[in-house]
Design a protein around this ligand. Structure first.
Ligand SMILES: Cc1ncc(C[n+]2csc(CCOP(=O)(O)OP(=O)(O)O)c2C)c(N)n1
Ligand SMILES: [Mg+2]
Length: 275
């Protein structure tokens, strides 16, 4: 897929997310829309993954550490053929495995997540295992910027630097909002370059809702030797729908019918304009 097609895909899949959340009246729409371009870049361009590879020991590993954005991941996995699209109709229904946070009963999901702060350490373990085994796979994870307030993130960062895990790439979805307001008010994060560098990481910046910029950053990460890479991805929470963008309240809000119609129309327009 070229850049235009990937961008269009990101809006198409945001629409899938919107429908899931509107239908069931639950979900984390702001974080889903924020992270979608990172997921699309990884799953359609960069990662060695696919439904035929779920048991392949050399598949790349992905962990959605900010697990509340699972609706975005479900939309991508379904579109990539990991499970039928009709499974999405069971999202958040009693008895369904498609629950509100990632779990590894779902095809393509490596690890349960949702309790923030654990994905990086698990990714470190997987990347270290690959190095010890001489295996070629790479490990990717996405954290929220609010998530960085969890102390366990920095234990993982320390270990990744110590073990020189060049096969590990972490993204920070830097949308400047968390559940209850701005990250700078709740727990300031503005010296991220210095922090990650101090832990021995290669630090990159990318426009986080731009698939071409994200793709280029991942290429740079792959070329870096002797250090793990963090990509500080400048995103907009709620990206793609004007009235959802940049509003802390849309972390977990469900659209009314009127809002749903408006959001669907905007996403449709963005999709057409991207092509
Ligand atoms: C350990 C833990 N504490 C609290 C929560 C509740 N919680 C869910 S999402 C969230 C905010 C996350 O903000 P951020 O990481 O910035 O995510 P994004 O903005 O991408 O949605 C919080 C506090 C949680 N899931 N896990
Ligand atoms: Mg955030």
């Amino acid at each position: 897929m070229n850049t235009k097609e990937l961008t269009a895909k990101s809006f198409e899949l945001r629409r899938v997310v919107l429908d899931m959340i509107y239908r069931t009246k639950t979900g984390h729409i702001g974080g889903d829309f924020s992270v979608m371009d990172i997921l699309v870049t990884l799953y359609y361009r960069q990662m060695h993954v696919g439904p035929e590879l779920v048991s392949d020991p050399n598949r790349d590993r992905f962990i959605l550490s900010k697990g509340h954005s699972v609706e975005a991941l479900y939309a991508v996995l379904s579109d990539r053929g990991f499970f039928p699209e009709t499974d999405l109709l069971t999202y958040s229904q009693f008895g369904s495995k498609y629950i509100g946070h990632p779990n590894n009963k779902v095809s393509g999901i490596e690890m349960n997540s949702g309790s923030l702060g654990h994905g990086l350490s698990l990714s470190v373990g997987m990347a270290l295992a690959a190095k010890m085994d001489g295996a070629p796979y790479r490990v990717y994870t996405v954290m929220g910027d609010g998530e960085l307030a969890e102390g366990s993130v920095w234990e993982g960062a320390m270990a990744a630097g110590h073990y020189h895990l060049e096969n590990l790439t972490a993204f920070v979805d830097r949308n400047r909002l968390q559940i209850s307001g701005g990250t700078e008010q709740v727990m300031a994060q503005d010296n991220l370059d210095a922090r990650w560098s101090a832990f021995g990481w290669n630090v990159l910046h990318a426009a986080g809702n731009d698939v071409a910029a994200l793709d280029a950053a991942v290429e740079q990460a792959k070329a870096c030797k002797g250090k793990p890479t963090v990509i500080l991805a400048d995103t907009i929470k709620g990206y793609g729908v004007s009235f959802i963008e940049n509003q802390a309240g849309w972390h977990h809000r469900v659209p009314t019918e009127e809002e749903y119609q408006k959001a669907a129309a905007e996403l449709g327009e963005r999709m057409v304009n991207a092509q």
